[in-house]
Ligand binder design. Sequence first.
Ligand SMILES: [Zn+2]
Length: 249
Amino acid sequence: MAKILEGLLNLQTIERQLTLVKAKLKTRQNAVAFQQRRIEQAQADHLALQDKATQRRKDADGLELDLKTKEEQVARYRIALNTAKTNKEYSAILTQINTIKADNARIEEEVLRIRVEIDSVGAEAQKAAQQVLHEQERLKEVQATNTAELDKLNAMHSELAAKRQEAAKDVARDILATFDRLSEQYEGEAMAAIEIHGKRPPFEYVCGGCYMGLNAEHANALSSPELDQVRTCDNCGRILYLPPKAAKK
Ligand SMILES: [Zn+2]
């Protein structure tokens, strides 16, 4: 293979590893922020349940107060019942009493229902509080493992960066600029192998980066090492090369 491409492929190999290490570093750095968000979410859930329990307690207390007032009303009506002068008056008061009592039965039922609900919301709130503690513990673990892992990845990163710098020395400045730009654009994949399809001529040539058809001229030129030139895909712009096996043909 031509010298320029050989240098670029070497650079590409290092660049690919470097991109991987950078991605891992980013994931690790995100892990702490992610866990912090989980804690915040758990705290918000816990608070919401506590608020709900407080609100329902207020509802129940209000209803019980209402119930007390109504029971006092019933007591007053019972006294009135004893002093009723006519049958008509008596039965009117009795109807009032029965109406209020029916109401009270409904309110009592409602209070009971709310108290049960408060118990279950309370249990949920307790679980949510546990979840907050769990997420906080998890953050400590993430931070502990992260420190070790980040150290390791940072060391790998500097090692690869040094290797890349060394490999870049063999590449002409303008070609390196093209490579860097493409590498940035395609997440570390600045180069694309030419794929050759078909068993006999005329072969079909495809860019291994974008899978668009390529002019045969690219493959022909690249199979002559003495030309030693850089050719890029007409569609995606990646630097083209012939994989060693294809180049032998
Ligand atoms: Zn392409």
